[in-house]
Every structure is written in structure tokens, then in C-alpha cells.
Design a protein around this ligand. Structure first.
Ligand code: G1P
Length: 302
């Protein structure tokens, strides 16, 4: 019997330098995809997978994330008085219950491995999910839910992977594929940001993990790796020598909202999926890309 995954860690301490000036005062996790902050989608994915406790590793200037997940009594009261029942129900549907959230701070930007280690006391001695909030997933069944289904069969550690353009492999953690294991596969190699031309495959870690708590004692002693940061991938490689480690090929689409292009793409995709705005957005896109003749604006025709 595998131990159930009840807790999820969200490392939200990053400075968001790729999004300046937007992120000078606003955390990047609070930028919106249509009308919901990025972090909302990621927390929703965790909740859908059965997570009951949400652990945020924050940093300076991230206090608004804590406010976002708190009850806003005055707002809720005003909405109720004005009969805005649908809006109120929508807010309450995603409202964590009392005691379901925890916040701790990463006090120095030492890398993802260090951010995860900062959650060790809050996670304790049980398996946990880790969701990188830069990535928003779109799938009928959420990415973490799909992983939990594999984990229920295999136990151990599970990481989600997807294919990337081989030219982009140096930007990610990359894994090598071993033997089949249920709906997943055994991982035979793992390397963080391989030098160009050295990646073992184009299967990249897409930011969703189920890890056993023994990762924390490894992280505690983990030396700096790629980018001079304490890398989670390096610690996972050590854990893999002691425990089963599986890859799960995620069936769905990942939007890297940590990059402005991925963020805009996510906005357009999610907007097009909203029945009330689909027609207008589609018309606008057609006008921009198809119907406008090639002219001085530089917009492509046809
Ligand atoms: C992190 C991980 C990397 C993973 C990536 C996914 O890198 O270290 O293994 O592939 O997230 O977004 P970062 O984006 O923080 O450079």
C-alpha cells in the first residue's frame, strides 16, 4: 500500500525578472490568464488530484499570494448583499478551508532545490506533490491526477515529462527513458540543463513531481549545480539511486507561463475556450492574422 499524497508544495519565491516591469510590485504568480491568477490554476490542479494541504514557499513582496487564498470578508459580504450569488459561489469554490494553507519563506534565491528544502518541516515525513507555478496544464484529467493514478500502482517517486524541441533541451531538466512500468517508465538518466548537444533525450521535466520525504536530507547537503544554484534534479538523481523513480508522459498541453510568449499563448487559448468570449476573440485573431492585408504594420496575411 502506498502512502497517499495529501500535501503539495508550490515554490513561489521567484523574482520574475523575465516579466519586468509587470513583476516589479506584483508577484508573477498573480498575473492573470484571462481573469484568474496563474497560481489559481495550479492550486486547482492540485485540489483536483486530492491534495488537502497547500504549502507555499514564498519570499519578500509575495504577501498578496497569502491574501489571495484568504477569506475576503468585506468583499464576500458585499457580493451577498448585492445578490451576486454566482460570483460569490465561484470565489468560495476555490477558497481553501481554514488550516489548509501554510506559508514559509525562502530567504535567499539559492535555486529550486533550496526552495523545496525550505518546505521540509511543513511536509514532514510523508510523500508530497510539487507543482512549479510557471507551468499551467491543460487536459481533461489534470496532470497531477494522472500522475497520482500511476503512483497508486507503483509508489516511489514520479515525475511528469513531455517532449520539447531538441533545440530547447538545454533550458530544462531532461530524463532518459528506461523500461516500461505500468502507465509510466523507469527513469535511467536525469540531467539539469544539459549542455547543447548532450541531452539524453528530448523528454523534459515539466514541473510536476511526486516525491518521497527522503529528498529533504539529500537537499540539505546538495551542492550547487547548473546556474550555480541548488538543483532539485541533482538531488533527485541521488534519491533515484536509493528508491524507485518513474517518469510519466503527461497527456495534455503545458503552457510555460514563465515566459512572456507562453503566457500570451495561455491567455489566448483559455480565452478561446470561454463560451462568452470565444466569438469575439476568434474574430479579433482572424482580423489580425488572416484578413488584414500585408502592409506597413508587418502583420502577416493569409
Ligand atoms: C525548473 C527545473 C527543470 C524543469 C523546469 C520546468 O527549471 O529545474 O528541471 O524542467 O523547471 O519549467 P527553471 O525553469 O526553474 O529554470
Amino acid at each position: 500500500m502506498t502512502q497517499r499524497v495529501r500535501k503539495a508544495v508550490f515554490p513561489v519565491a521567484g523574482l520574475g525578472t523575465r516579466f519586468l516591469p509587470a513583476t516589479k510590485a506584483v508577484p508573477k504568480e498573480m498575473l492573470t490568464i484571462v481573469d484568474r491568477p496563474v497560481i489559481d490554476y495550479v492550486v486547482e490542479e492540485a485540489r483536483e488530484a486530492g491534495i488537502e494541504h497547500f504549502i507555499f514557499v514564498t519570499g519578500r513582496n509575495k504577501g498578496v499570494i497569502e491574501d489571495h487564498f484568504d477569506v475576503q470578508f468585506e468583499l464576500y459580504d458585499t457580493l451577498a448583499q448585492r445578490g451576486r450569488d454566482e460570483t460569490l459561489a465561484m470565489l468560495q469554490r476555490v477558497q481553501p478551508l481554514p488550516g489548509q494553507t501554510s506559508f514559509t519563506r525562502q530567504q535567499a534565491p539559492l535555486g529550486l532545490g533550496h526552495a523545496v528544502w525550505c518546505a521540509r518541516e511543513l511536509v514532514g515525513d510523508e510523500p508530497f506533490a510539487l507543482l512549479l507555478p510557471d507551468m499551467i496544464m491543460r487536459a481533461e484529467v489534470g496532470c497531477l491526477s494522472q500522475m497520482v493514478s500511476l503512483y497508486d500502482q507503483t509508489g516511489g517517486n514520479v515525475v511528469a515529462v513531455q517532449e520539447c524541441d531538441p533545440a530547447d533541451a538545454h533550458k530544462y531538466g531532461i530524463v532518459g527513458r528506461g523500461a516500461r512500468a505500468g502507465t509510466g517508465f523507469e527513469i535511467d538518466r536525469m540531467v539539469e540543463k544539459p549542455a547543447r548537444g548532450t541531452a539524453p533525450s528530448n523528454l523534459y521535466l515539466n514541473g510536476r513531481y511526486i516525491l518521497q520525504p527522503q529528498i529533504f536530507s539529500i537537499l540539505e547537503k546538495q551542492e550547487r549545480g547548473a546556474g550555480n544554484e541548488i538543483q532539485l534534479t541533482d538531488a533527485m538523481l541521488k534519491l533515484k539511486a536509493k528508491q524507485p523513480f518513474y517518469g510519466y508522459h503527461f497527456k495534455g498541453r503545458a503552457f510555460d507561463c514563465g515566459s512572456p510568449e507562453g503566457f500570451v499563448e495561455a491567455n489566448l487559448t483559455f480565452a478561446l475556450e470561454r463560451p462568452e468570449m470565444h466569438e469575439r476573440i476568434e474574430r479579433a485573431l482572424r482580423a489580425l492574422t488572416g484578413e488584414q492585408p500585408r502592409g506597413k504594420s508587418g502583420l502577416k496575411a493569409g
